[in-house]
Design a protein. Structure first.
Length: 74
C-alpha cells in the first residue's frame, strides 16, 4: 500500500492518505482544474473524506471545526 502526503491548508498538518498503487500513480498527474471527470471516478478506492481533502485542501478535523460534524465523510 502506498501513501500520498498532502498538507491541510488550514492547520498545516501533513495528512498521509492510504491508497492503491494505481491511485498513487493517478494522483501524480491529476489536476482538478484540467480534468473534467468527477473525483470519485478518478480515485474510486479513496474514501470521500480523503477525496474532499484533495478538492478543498481541508482535513477532516478542520472541516468539522468550520462546518460542524454533521457531514461525516468516513
Amino acid at each position: 500500500m502506498k501513501h500520498i502526503a498532502t498538507q491541510c491548508t488550514c492547520c498545516g498538518n501533513i495528512i498521509q492518505i492510504p491508497c492503491s498503487e494505481e491511485t498513487y500513480v493517478a494522483a501524480q498527474f491529476w489536476n482538478a482544474a484540467t480534468d473534467p471527470r468527477p473525483i470519485q471516478e478518478v480515485f474510486p478506492d479513496m474514501s470521500p473524506r480523503y477525496r474532499e481533502l484533495f478538492i478543498s485542501g481541508v482535513c477532516q478535523a478542520c472541516w468539522d471545526v468550520m462546518f460542524g460534524e454533521e457531514e461525516d465523510f468516513e
